[in-house]
Ligand binder design. Structure first.
Ligand code: Z5A
Length: 222
């Protein structure tokens, strides 16, 4: 299902690929153009999501069964979509999410010993099969992204092979529906990536609500 009002954009990729940086830059630029924007993220951008995030990412949680982990991420998504994403889209806003369903298909489906089809069934059910109109995949060699951080959470601490499977899964998802993806080399300069994202987003804004006229736009005369 695609949203019929607003615009749903997602940033995906491995750790340290620049998702938070680019989602903030896109939010700031769109707001500067007068659009109503909601910037959000998974896991953890709801009340219950914050608790789920602590469980799935805190190294103190220790081992979880693969299915438990997939269900916890799915619960976070369900709450996120129902409480945050769908209401904002219904208001005509541009919703930008830092990670979404592709993350669980990649991390729980390809990273862990679950099949992607099983994880997809659970995640699509949890999210009413709501799909972004555009997913920006910031592609980066795992060692490069992990090197941007010193501390590691439960998932970042996984093996190099795990992170390579995750990267390949993201690329495979993008290859399956290329019309809904923008795959960018995350090693490019920040401003170069931001410009490529803007160029791809602009033609998708037809159903997005403006709160103020864009720069240089004149108000209609009474
Ligand atoms: N996870 C999952 O398993 N299943 C799911 O369904 C979901 C998530 C939704 C969330 O961690 C973890 O949950 C994640 C997957 C799993 N774990 N792992 N591993 P998170 O939310 O805490 O973190 P993250 O999503 O992995 O993002 P991040 O680590 O915060 O990185 P980022 O947002 O992609 O990057 P950044 O913060 O924008 O930039 C990182 C640094 O690089 C920073 O110093 C920037 O200034 C720098 N940077 C950014 N862009 C550039 C460029 N272009 N060049 C050079 N330096 C740059």
């Amino acid at each position: 299902m695609l949203a019929s009002s607003g615009l749903f954009v997602c940033f995906e990729g491995g750790e340290g690929a620049g998702k938070s940086t680019q989602s903030r830059l896109l939010r700031d630029w769109l707001e500067g153009q007068g659009y109503a924007v909601l910037l959000t993220f998974e896991p953890g951008d709801t009340e219950v999501g914050r608790q789920l995030r602590r469980i799935v990412l805190d190294p103190a949680t220790g081992e979880l069964s693969d299915r438990t982990e997939a269900l916890l991420y799915a619960a976070d998504k369900s709450e996120h979509v129902d409480a945050v994403v769908l209401p904002a889209l219904a208001r005509g806003e541009v919703v930008i999410t830092d990670r979404y369903v592709d993350s669980t298909l990649a991390y729980q489906g390809a990273g862990r010993a679950l099949t992607s089809a099983e994880v997809a069934t659970v995640a699509r059910w949890a999210t009413h099969d709501l799909r972004p109109q555009l997913t920006v995949l910031l592609d980066l060699e795992p060692a490069h992204g992990l090197g941007r951080f010193e501390d590691r959470d439960r998932i970042e601490a996984e093996s190099e092979a795990f992170h390579h499977r995750v990267r390949e899964a993201f690329l495979q998802l993008a290859a399956e529906t290329p019309g809904r993806y923008l795959v960018l080399d995350a090693r490019a300069p920040v401003e170069e990536i931001a410009a490529a994202v803007r160029q791809r987003v602009v033609p998708l804004l037809a159903n997005a609500r403006r709160t103020t006229p864009g720069p240089g736009e004149r108000r209609a005369q009474p």
